[in-house]
Design a protein. Structure first.
Length: 236
């Protein structure tokens, strides 16, 4: 029996049924197999490394899902043909890498396509880059698993691609997005509290330093903490 855990199950739950899906960086292919079994999706499971892809293929074969889940060695979306999939899942990698994959594979994106993303880092960059590519976050989930906080973004590619989006527009909701502040959950409130405590510790440490870099970082963190507190107060 494969155990997805809370985060991977949430990713599967976001994906619409009966789609052709690219699972980029599939690792053990648990998400791919779950999509095939529970969402009636056909899946192309890709990875840049031969080792994990071999393990994924063995798992798929072991559960007799090879007719619904195909494996491909691929750097990002390179092995996916334009128009070949309806949805893309990218999880378990850093935000910089996710934005690079979507930028370099822009010709594989099409209006209305679903993207389900779960960056391990640099969430602000991901939100900014999505808006610059005219990709919209329809809904967002915040959850804690194994002592770490994760965000899952359910996105739709806009009707005009590419589209020039001004920086001030793209930066507007970089920190917290627009969905969770409007639809706050207990997990999101707990994340804000956790984040504020972290900011407090960093600010106290930076105030002891006298370098220009520390002063610049201090000013940035104080602004972020202020935004955090205002949002936390607003959502109760």
């Amino acid at each position: 029996m494969r155990e997805l855990g809370t985060r991977l199950q949430a990713i599967v739950d976001y994906v619409k049924p009966d789609q052709r899906v690219a699972d980029v960086g599939c690792d053990h292919a648990y998400v791919s197999m779950e999509l095939a079994e529970k969402k009636n999706c056909t899946v192309i499971a890709t990875d840049i490394n031969e080792g994990p892809l071999k393990t994924a293929a063995e798992n798929i074969y072991g559960e007799r899902l090879e007719k619904k889940v195909e494996t491909r060695l691929s750097n990002g979306l390179e092995a996916i043909e334009p128009g070949e999939v309806d949805a893309i899942v990218i999880a378990g990698m850093g935000g910089h890498l996710i934005t690079d994959i979507l930028r370099d594979g822009a010709d594989r994106l099409r209006p209305g396509m679903q993207l389900v993303l779960s960056p391990q880092s640099d969430l602000r960059l991901v939100r900014y880059s999505l808006r610059k590519q005219n990709i919209f976050i329809e809904s967002e989930m915040c959850l804690s698993e194994g002592g770490k906080w994760y965000f899952i973004l359910n996105c739709t590619v806009g009707m005009s691609l590419p589209m020039g989006v001004p920086d001030e527009v793209a930066k507007k909701d970089m920190n917290y997005g627009s969905y969770l502040p409007e639809h706050p959950t207990e997990e999101f409130r707990a994340f804000l509290d956790w984040e504020a405590r972290g900011f407090d510790v960093l600010i106290k440490d930076l105030k002891k330093q006298r370098t220009p870099a520390a002063r610049a970082r201090l000013g940035s963190l104080e602004k972020q903490l202020d935004e955090n507190r205002r949002l936390r107060e607003a959502i109760g």
